[in-house]
Design a binder for this molecule. Sequence first.
Ligand SMILES: [Zn+2]
Length: 491
Amino acid sequence: MTKTRCALCFFLILLCAVALTSGAQNPQPAPPPFAVEPQSSQAQQQNYPPELLEQLAAIKAAALTDDYAYRQLAHLTENIGARPSGSLQAKAAVEYVAEELRKLGLDVHLEEVKVPHWVRGAETAQLVEFTGQAPGSAQKIVLAALGGSSSTPADGITADVVVVNTFDELKALGHDKVAGKIVLFNELFDKQKAAAGLAFVAYGEAVRYRAAGAREAAALGAVAALVRSVGSADFRLPHTGFSFPAGIPAGAVTAEDSELIAHLYSQGKVRMHLTLTPQKLPDTTSYNIIADLKGSEHPEQMVVVSGHLDSWDLGTGAIDDGAGVVAAMEAAEILQKLHLRPRRTLRVIAWMDEENGGAGSAAYTKDNSAEFPRTVAAIESDSGAAHPLGFEARMTPAAADLLRPALNVLQSIGANALRETTYPPGADISAMSEAGVPALGILQDGRTYFNYHHTAADTLDKVVPNELRENAAAMAVMGYALASTKDPLPR
Ligand SMILES: [Zn+2]
């Protein structure tokens, strides 16, 4: 018995010892994620062999010392100028870019697009009657017609103004209080959001008034519709843009003038004399430029790199969107310079008519939708030329995972962020995105973009050469990566 008890004691002691020692040998708690070296997935390793990673590093290095994109942008903005749909300059830009892409040795095809041809006329406005008005005086209002606007008679119209902040306020006024009046939508562009890096959120909230304000006002009998300019700067600049044609004159007043009108309106009657004489000319023929650098193994599969060649007419379309076009052009230029041939076709597209209705994107969809299943990815840059932070991407998580090694190559210039979206990350590639093509947009620092967007100040000097090089690097690295991985991006 004693022996047995002793044996039992010994067994228990042994058990405790084992428990204690095993406790001491327990693995340390897992280190926090930031302390762990990132592991690449099997799919990433298979698709990015060391040779491809070396090529991507060489492409980035070449882009960061290349001035091709900047020289092209200087020609588009300074020698050609504003490129609104249907204009002589848009035609000149098509011819120029197509020729430059031919010089790079690409297979260039012009795709016909019927575009609207809207031209700006006179645009003046004065407040001719308001509370506390100094005798004989008037207040000048700085404004610009919106694309698609109808015209007033040559000597203008005079009408009372009603100011609303929202569509709901307009509807609450109803036909009786709106008919015969000039409606001003005084919707704010949220500058704090823009300053905090959410410029496109602020834009999305305000731009609906520019797009649909005239239509809503016309439905209630208004004789004209004005919108507070959708932008973030305080330089009394009107921001133009697309407005659904509503059969009435439509314009954007500066933020400062919108404030003035709203403040006077809060004190009583405000009457305006408004002259806007744009013309809608017959539709004209223009073109998307499609330029292929044929793939070595799968020429039938393609990766689109793109920007839109048309611009608004007030500035010279440097940040919107000459920069996107030249970044896409440089992606091809660098591959040719480095004698790199992607496995799939790299397709450069310079889109026409993004700004005034999207006819170019619609024509491409009509003519090429049979290729969408073979379009491995589509990239568009249409958010300026400022420092790129990375990409917005609309694709499956497995596809997004395959972007990571290319993003890692861009980490040294800070362009490695990935924001997965549920919306198409580019207007011209939205139809492709809706059809299931993995879609990407370069995500630029947008904090100052809406200071200049659609204004007379969208000019070449707003583009910092080194930031444009970074954008070209992002476009070229991602374009070549997606055209060269072993497998196409999964859907
Ligand atoms: Zn644009």
